[in-house]
Write a protein that binds this ligand. Structure first.
Ligand SMILES: Cc1cc2nc3c(=O)[nH]c(=O)nc-3n(C[C@H](O)[C@H](O)[C@H](O)COP(=O)(O)O)c2cc1C
Length: 201
């Protein structure tokens, strides 16, 4: 049985001693097509809803369909073909939405930033449970807004698939060959002290 951590040691190094979950989380595509118990899925939403946000505005909204729900095909139909081919085996698909204002009606400048933070918590919680959690930009944003009834004042941010990890050889090419944890830029290329120095350009 495939495990999320199987390929980590070959591809990623933990150089500064951060907690293993940050290194172990990645975005596989191979999923078994099995369902996931509701209490497990709710655990992922719970992790997300404890995220920090500007003024505790909690602008994140998650609209989802489990694979046995009557709207499953509607969610699947929003995806670009290159995502749909492997998402057919997900247990859940979701669209993440951000409320663009505070409850007093003033613009919430960090609505997308805060919703991204909640998504990060969701993904880490899923990874800690050994699940596939895979974010997606490859879908029709306009259709997601209209077909899911997202009101004005809310922006569609991204989709994600959640599922039970399967062996890479269940995927068609080119996905099979790509089914490995990615690497990252060096830390020196993303963090600079005192100003926007040349090394982070
Ligand atoms: C907002 C967002 C959109 C993404 N869109 C897609 C997508 O449409 N299709 C896809 O296969 N992967 C997509 N990904 C996955 C990224 O390619 C992946 O997170 C990145 O390469 C880093 O790899 P890792 O998550 O395995 O560490 C997306 C991820 C995020 C966070």
């Amino acid at each position: 049985m495939a495990k999320l951590t199987d390929q980590i040691p070959q591809h990623r190094q933990n150089r500064c001693g951060s907690k293993p979950i940050f290194i172990n989380r990645w975005s596989p595509r191979a999923m078994t097509g099995e369902t996931i118990a509701d209490e497990v899925l709710m655990g992922l939403f719970e992790a997300a809803h404890w995220a920090m946000s500007s003024n505790n505005n909690q602008p994140w909204r998650f609209i989802y369909a489990r694979r046995d729900h009557s709207d499953w095909n509607k969610f699947l139909g929003l995806l670009a073909e290159g995502n749909r081919v492997w998402c057919v085996n997900a247990a859940m698909l979701m669209v993440m939405v951000a409320k663009t204002t505070f409850d007093n009606g003033k613009p919430a400048r960090t609505h997308a930033f805060d919703t991204g933070a909640a998504w990060g918590m969701f993904a880490l919680e899923g990874a800690s449970r050994g699940l596939v959690v895979h974010g997606m930009q490859g879908f029709d944003y306009d259709r997601a807004k209209s077909e899911l009834g997202v009101p004005d004042g809310y922006e569609v941010q991204a989709m994600a698939a959640v599922g039970i990890l399967a062996d890479a050889d269940t995927l068609p090419e080119p996905y099979r060959e790509r089914e490995k944890p990615s690497t990252r830029k060096e830390l020196a290329g993303i963090a600079a002290e005192g100003g926007f120095t040349e090394n982070i350009r």
